[in-house]
Ligand binder design. Sequence first.
Ligand SMILES: Nc1ncnc2c1ncn2[C@@H]1O[C@H](COP(=O)(O)OP(=O)(O)OP(=O)(O)O)[C@@H](O)[C@H]1O
Ligand SMILES: [Mg+2]
Length: 295
Amino acid sequence: MAETIQGQGGLAIDVRQARYVYPSGNVVALGGVDLAVEHGEIIGIIGQNGSGKTTLTKLFNGLLKPTSGSVIINGIDTAKRTVQQMAPHVGYVFQNPNHQLFARTVQMELEFGPRNIGVPEDQIAERVAEAVEFFGLQEFVEEHPYRVSFPVRKLVGIASIVAMRPPIIIFDEPSTGQDHNTTHIINGLMRRLREQGTTVVCVSHDMPLLADVVERVIVMKSTEIIADASPREVFADKALMARTNLQAPQVTEIALETVVPLGGPVALTTEELAADIASRAGSKSKTSRSSATVR
Ligand SMILES: Nc1ncnc2c1ncn2[C@@H]1O[C@H](COP(=O)(O)OP(=O)(O)OP(=O)(O)O)[C@@H](O)[C@H]1O
Ligand SMILES: [Mg+2]
Protein backbone atom coordinates (compact mmCIF):
# COMPACT_ATOMS: atom_id res chain seq x y z
CA MET A 1 0.00 0.00 0.00
CA ALA A 2 2.67 2.51 -0.91
CA GLU A 3 1.27 4.49 -3.80
CA THR A 4 -1.33 6.68 -2.08
CA ILE A 5 -1.67 10.31 -3.06
CA GLN A 6 0.59 12.00 -0.59
CA GLY A 7 -0.44 14.87 1.61
CA GLN A 8 0.23 18.20 -0.04
CA GLY A 9 1.85 19.99 2.88
CA GLY A 10 -0.21 22.08 5.26
CA LEU A 11 -3.10 20.36 6.98
CA ALA A 12 -5.05 17.28 5.98
CA ILE A 13 -8.29 18.89 7.15
CA ASP A 14 -8.70 22.62 7.69
CA VAL A 15 -12.20 23.71 8.62
CA ARG A 16 -12.82 27.35 9.42
CA GLN A 17 -16.05 28.68 10.84
CA ALA A 18 -18.07 26.13 8.90
CA ARG A 19 -21.80 26.45 9.24
CA TYR A 20 -24.24 24.09 7.61
CA VAL A 21 -27.97 24.58 7.31
CA TYR A 22 -30.02 21.77 5.71
CA PRO A 23 -32.24 23.48 3.16
CA SER A 24 -35.14 21.14 3.99
CA GLY A 25 -36.72 22.49 7.16
CA ASN A 26 -33.99 25.12 7.58
CA VAL A 27 -32.20 22.95 10.19
CA VAL A 28 -28.93 24.37 11.50
CA ALA A 29 -26.75 21.24 11.75
CA LEU A 30 -23.38 22.97 12.24
CA GLY A 31 -23.03 26.32 13.90
CA GLY A 32 -19.56 27.60 13.00
CA VAL A 33 -17.03 24.83 13.51
CA ASP A 34 -13.22 25.16 13.47
CA LEU A 35 -11.09 22.04 13.13
CA ALA A 36 -7.49 21.41 12.08
CA VAL A 37 -6.22 17.86 11.51
CA GLU A 38 -2.58 17.14 10.64
CA HIS A 39 -1.58 14.55 8.05
CA GLY A 40 -1.38 11.12 9.67
CA GLU A 41 -3.55 11.96 12.68
CA ILE A 42 -6.13 9.42 13.82
CA ILE A 43 -9.07 11.24 15.39
CA GLY A 44 -12.41 10.18 16.80
CA ILE A 45 -15.61 12.22 16.77
CA ILE A 46 -18.18 11.54 19.48
CA GLY A 47 -21.42 13.25 20.46
CA GLN A 48 -25.02 12.43 21.08
CA ASN A 49 -27.47 11.70 18.28
CA GLY A 50 -28.17 14.71 16.08
CA SER A 51 -25.17 16.72 17.35
CA GLY A 52 -23.80 17.15 13.81
CA LYS A 53 -21.12 14.45 13.47
CA THR A 54 -22.28 13.07 10.12
CA THR A 55 -22.93 16.55 8.74
CA LEU A 56 -19.40 17.65 9.68
CA THR A 57 -17.76 14.64 8.07
CA LYS A 58 -19.86 14.97 4.90
CA LEU A 59 -18.23 18.39 4.48
CA PHE A 60 -14.84 16.67 4.32
CA ASN A 61 -15.46 14.90 1.01
CA GLY A 62 -17.62 17.59 -0.51
CA LEU A 63 -20.90 15.65 -0.23
CA LEU A 64 -22.09 18.78 1.53
CA LYS A 65 -20.67 22.26 0.95
CA PRO A 66 -20.57 24.66 3.89
CA THR A 67 -23.37 27.21 3.95
CA SER A 68 -20.68 29.63 5.13
CA GLY A 69 -17.06 29.29 6.21
CA SER A 70 -14.47 27.10 4.46
CA VAL A 71 -13.44 23.45 4.26
CA ILE A 72 -9.95 22.84 2.85
CA ILE A 73 -8.99 19.17 2.44
CA ASN A 74 -5.45 18.21 1.42
CA GLY A 75 -5.03 21.82 0.31
CA ILE A 76 -8.20 21.78 -1.82
CA ASP A 77 -11.24 23.97 -1.25
CA THR A 78 -14.19 21.53 -1.37
CA ALA A 79 -16.58 24.31 -2.39
CA LYS A 80 -14.85 24.40 -5.80
CA ARG A 81 -14.84 20.62 -6.37
CA THR A 82 -17.30 17.81 -7.03
CA VAL A 83 -17.42 14.68 -4.86
CA GLN A 84 -15.87 12.85 -7.82
CA GLN A 85 -12.93 15.27 -7.87
CA MET A 86 -12.43 14.85 -4.11
CA ALA A 87 -12.53 11.04 -4.30
CA PRO A 88 -8.78 10.46 -4.81
CA HIS A 89 -8.06 12.64 -1.76
CA VAL A 90 -10.66 11.52 0.73
CA GLY A 91 -12.58 8.28 1.11
CA TYR A 92 -15.93 8.23 2.89
CA VAL A 93 -17.33 5.09 4.48
CA PHE A 94 -21.06 5.57 5.05
CA GLN A 95 -22.82 4.85 8.33
CA ASN A 96 -25.19 2.60 6.40
CA PRO A 97 -23.56 0.42 3.70
CA ASN A 98 -26.91 0.28 1.88
CA HIS A 99 -26.35 3.95 0.97
CA GLN A 100 -22.98 3.13 -0.54
CA LEU A 101 -23.07 -0.23 -2.33
CA PHE A 102 -24.58 -0.63 -5.77
CA ALA A 103 -22.56 -3.15 -7.83
CA ARG A 104 -23.76 -6.65 -8.75
CA THR A 105 -21.02 -8.55 -6.94
CA VAL A 106 -18.68 -7.89 -4.05
CA GLN A 107 -15.74 -8.17 -6.47
CA MET A 108 -17.22 -5.51 -8.78
CA GLU A 109 -17.94 -3.30 -5.79
CA LEU A 110 -14.29 -3.45 -4.74
CA GLU A 111 -13.08 -2.74 -8.28
CA PHE A 112 -15.33 0.25 -8.82
CA GLY A 113 -13.60 2.82 -6.60
CA PRO A 114 -10.01 2.29 -7.80
CA ARG A 115 -11.18 2.20 -11.46
CA ASN A 116 -13.22 5.34 -10.94
CA ILE A 117 -10.15 7.28 -9.79
CA GLY A 118 -8.04 6.00 -12.71
CA VAL A 119 -5.95 3.27 -11.10
CA PRO A 120 -4.39 1.06 -13.87
CA GLU A 121 -6.16 -2.32 -14.37
CA ASP A 122 -3.25 -4.50 -13.18
CA GLN A 123 -3.05 -2.51 -9.96
CA ILE A 124 -6.81 -2.75 -9.48
CA ALA A 125 -6.57 -6.55 -9.47
CA GLU A 126 -3.74 -6.43 -6.95
CA ARG A 127 -5.57 -3.99 -4.66
CA VAL A 128 -8.80 -5.97 -4.77
CA ALA A 129 -6.99 -9.22 -4.02
CA GLU A 130 -5.28 -7.59 -1.07
CA ALA A 131 -8.55 -6.14 0.27
CA VAL A 132 -10.33 -9.49 -0.14
CA GLU A 133 -7.63 -11.14 1.90
CA PHE A 134 -7.36 -8.47 4.60
CA PHE A 135 -11.12 -8.31 5.15
CA GLY A 136 -11.63 -12.08 4.83
CA LEU A 137 -14.07 -11.75 1.92
CA GLN A 138 -12.84 -14.75 -0.13
CA GLU A 139 -16.10 -16.70 0.06
CA PHE A 140 -18.24 -13.66 -0.84
CA VAL A 141 -16.57 -12.20 -3.97
CA GLU A 142 -19.21 -13.56 -6.37
CA GLU A 143 -22.13 -12.74 -4.04
CA HIS A 144 -24.45 -9.76 -4.49
CA PRO A 145 -23.50 -7.20 -1.78
CA TYR A 146 -27.11 -7.21 -0.57
CA ARG A 147 -27.18 -10.97 -0.10
CA VAL A 148 -24.36 -11.12 2.46
CA SER A 149 -24.96 -10.56 6.20
CA PHE A 150 -25.00 -7.00 7.53
CA PRO A 151 -21.57 -7.23 9.22
CA VAL A 152 -20.02 -8.53 5.99
CA ARG A 153 -21.84 -5.87 3.92
CA LYS A 154 -20.39 -3.25 6.24
CA LEU A 155 -16.91 -4.72 5.68
CA VAL A 156 -17.47 -4.59 1.91
CA GLY A 157 -18.33 -0.89 2.26
CA ILE A 158 -15.12 -0.29 4.21
CA ALA A 159 -12.99 -2.46 1.88
CA SER A 160 -14.28 -0.68 -1.23
CA ILE A 161 -12.98 2.65 0.11
CA VAL A 162 -9.73 1.25 1.53
CA ALA A 163 -8.96 -0.27 -1.92
CA MET A 164 -8.83 3.29 -3.31
CA ARG A 165 -6.00 4.06 -0.85
CA PRO A 166 -6.94 7.68 -0.26
CA PRO A 167 -4.63 9.66 2.07
CA ILE A 168 -7.65 10.60 4.23
CA ILE A 169 -10.41 8.17 5.22
CA ILE A 170 -13.61 9.06 7.04
CA PHE A 171 -15.51 6.30 8.84
CA ASP A 172 -19.03 7.00 10.04
CA GLU A 173 -19.78 4.44 12.76
CA PRO A 174 -17.61 1.62 11.34
CA SER A 175 -18.32 -0.85 14.14
CA THR A 176 -22.09 -0.45 14.45
CA GLY A 177 -23.89 -3.75 13.88
CA GLN A 178 -20.63 -5.69 13.84
CA ASP A 179 -19.91 -9.08 15.33
CA HIS A 180 -16.79 -10.09 17.23
CA ASN A 181 -14.90 -11.14 14.10
CA THR A 182 -15.60 -8.00 12.05
CA THR A 183 -14.87 -5.74 15.05
CA HIS A 184 -11.47 -7.40 15.29
CA ILE A 185 -10.84 -6.77 11.57
CA ILE A 186 -11.81 -3.08 11.94
CA ASN A 187 -9.45 -2.72 14.90
CA GLY A 188 -6.64 -4.23 12.83
CA LEU A 189 -7.47 -1.94 9.93
CA MET A 190 -7.13 1.18 12.11
CA ARG A 191 -3.70 0.02 13.24
CA ARG A 192 -2.62 -0.63 9.67
CA LEU A 193 -3.86 2.77 8.48
CA ARG A 194 -1.88 4.40 11.29
CA GLU A 195 1.29 2.56 10.24
CA GLN A 196 0.75 3.71 6.66
CA GLY A 197 0.35 7.34 7.70
CA THR A 198 -3.24 7.62 6.50
CA THR A 199 -5.25 10.40 8.13
CA VAL A 200 -8.30 8.82 9.77
CA VAL A 201 -11.48 10.40 11.09
CA CYS A 202 -13.70 7.94 12.91
CA VAL A 203 -17.20 8.94 14.03
CA SER A 204 -18.24 6.40 16.62
CA HIS A 205 -20.29 5.57 19.69
CA ASP A 206 -17.92 2.64 20.25
CA MET A 207 -15.82 4.06 23.08
CA PRO A 208 -13.60 0.98 23.56
CA LEU A 209 -12.71 1.11 19.84
CA LEU A 210 -11.79 4.79 20.10
CA ALA A 211 -9.92 4.26 23.38
CA ASP A 212 -7.89 1.64 21.58
CA VAL A 213 -7.09 3.35 18.29
CA VAL A 214 -7.40 7.15 18.29
CA GLU A 215 -5.00 9.78 19.59
CA ARG A 216 -7.48 12.61 19.75
CA VAL A 217 -11.20 12.86 20.43
CA ILE A 218 -13.48 15.65 19.22
CA VAL A 219 -16.65 15.99 21.26
CA MET A 220 -19.73 17.51 19.61
CA LYS A 221 -22.89 18.82 21.20
CA SER A 222 -25.78 20.67 19.55
CA THR A 223 -23.99 21.63 16.31
CA GLU A 224 -20.69 22.60 17.96
CA ILE A 225 -17.33 21.16 19.00
CA ILE A 226 -17.19 21.45 22.79
CA ALA A 227 -13.98 19.51 23.51
CA ASP A 228 -10.86 18.40 21.64
CA ALA A 229 -8.37 16.37 23.69
CA SER A 230 -6.74 12.97 24.15
CA PRO A 231 -9.11 10.03 24.77
CA ARG A 232 -7.70 9.77 28.30
CA GLU A 233 -8.56 13.37 29.10
CA VAL A 234 -11.99 13.20 27.48
CA PHE A 235 -13.06 9.89 29.02
CA ALA A 236 -11.79 10.89 32.50
CA ASP A 237 -13.92 14.05 32.42
CA LYS A 238 -17.09 12.87 34.12
CA ALA A 239 -18.84 16.24 33.78
CA LEU A 240 -18.14 16.34 30.03
CA MET A 241 -19.38 12.80 29.53
CA ALA A 242 -22.55 13.55 31.51
CA ARG A 243 -23.14 16.79 29.61
CA THR A 244 -23.09 14.93 26.32
CA ASN A 245 -25.01 11.88 27.57
CA LEU A 246 -22.06 9.70 26.61
CA GLN A 247 -20.52 6.86 28.53
CA ALA A 248 -16.77 6.41 28.85
CA PRO A 249 -15.41 2.89 28.23
CA GLN A 250 -16.46 0.70 31.17
CA VAL A 251 -12.86 -0.01 32.02
CA THR A 252 -12.21 3.74 32.39
CA GLU A 253 -15.28 4.12 34.62
CA ILE A 254 -14.07 1.28 36.83
CA ALA A 255 -10.59 2.83 37.02
CA LEU A 256 -12.08 6.21 37.97
CA GLU A 257 -14.02 4.59 40.83
CA THR A 258 -11.21 2.38 42.10
CA VAL A 259 -7.53 2.91 41.28
CA VAL A 260 -7.59 6.60 40.24
CA PRO A 261 -8.45 7.83 43.79
CA LEU A 262 -5.43 5.79 44.95
CA GLY A 263 -3.19 7.60 42.48
CA GLY A 264 -3.51 4.97 39.73
CA PRO A 265 -3.76 5.75 36.02
CA VAL A 266 -6.94 6.54 34.07
CA ALA A 267 -7.01 3.19 32.26
CA LEU A 268 -8.35 3.12 28.71
CA THR A 269 -7.97 -0.60 28.13
CA THR A 270 -8.40 -3.75 30.21
CA GLU A 271 -4.67 -4.39 29.76
CA GLU A 272 -3.80 -1.07 31.41
CA LEU A 273 -6.19 -1.62 34.32
CA ALA A 274 -5.05 -5.22 34.79
CA ALA A 275 -1.39 -4.14 34.82
CA ASP A 276 -2.09 -1.52 37.51
CA ILE A 277 -4.08 -3.96 39.66
CA ALA A 278 -1.40 -6.63 39.23
CA SER A 279 1.37 -4.23 40.28
CA ARG A 280 -0.65 -3.21 43.39
CA ALA A 281 -1.36 -6.84 44.23
CA GLY A 282 2.33 -7.61 43.70
CA SER A 283 3.54 -4.83 46.00
CA LYS A 284 0.90 -5.77 48.61
CA SER A 285 1.88 -9.42 48.64
CA LYS A 286 5.55 -8.37 48.94
CA THR A 287 4.59 -6.21 51.95
CA SER A 288 2.64 -9.01 53.61
CA ARG A 289 5.49 -11.45 52.94
CA SER A 290 8.01 -9.13 54.55
CA SER A 291 5.76 -8.50 57.57
CA ALA A 292 5.36 -12.28 57.91
CA THR A 293 9.16 -12.54 58.01
CA VAL A 294 9.29 -9.92 60.78
CA ARG A 295 6.79 -11.91 62.81
N1 LIG B 1 -31.07 15.52 5.31
C1 LIG B 1 -31.40 16.27 6.36
N2 LIG B 1 -32.35 17.23 6.27
C2 LIG B 1 -32.67 18.01 7.33
N3 LIG B 1 -32.08 17.91 8.54
C3 LIG B 1 -31.12 16.99 8.69
C4 LIG B 1 -30.72 16.11 7.63
N4 LIG B 1 -29.75 15.28 8.07
C5 LIG B 1 -29.54 15.62 9.36
N5 LIG B 1 -30.36 16.63 9.73
C6 LIG B 1 -30.40 17.29 11.05
O1 LIG B 1 -29.14 17.90 11.28
C7 LIG B 1 -28.73 17.73 12.64
C8 LIG B 1 -27.40 17.00 12.71
O2 LIG B 1 -27.57 15.68 12.17
P1 LIG B 1 -26.37 14.67 11.96
O3 LIG B 1 -26.91 13.54 11.17
O4 LIG B 1 -25.20 15.39 11.43
O5 LIG B 1 -26.08 14.22 13.47
P2 LIG B 1 -25.19 13.01 14.03
O6 LIG B 1 -24.38 13.58 15.14
O7 LIG B 1 -24.48 12.34 12.93
O8 LIG B 1 -26.29 12.02 14.66
P3 LIG B 1 -26.30 10.40 14.80
O9 LIG B 1 -25.47 10.08 16.03
O10 LIG B 1 -27.75 10.09 15.02
O11 LIG B 1 -25.75 9.80 13.55
C9 LIG B 1 -29.89 17.00 13.33
O12 LIG B 1 -30.73 17.96 13.91
C10 LIG B 1 -30.58 16.28 12.19
O13 LIG B 1 -31.96 16.10 12.48
MG1 LIG C 1 -24.54 10.35 12.17
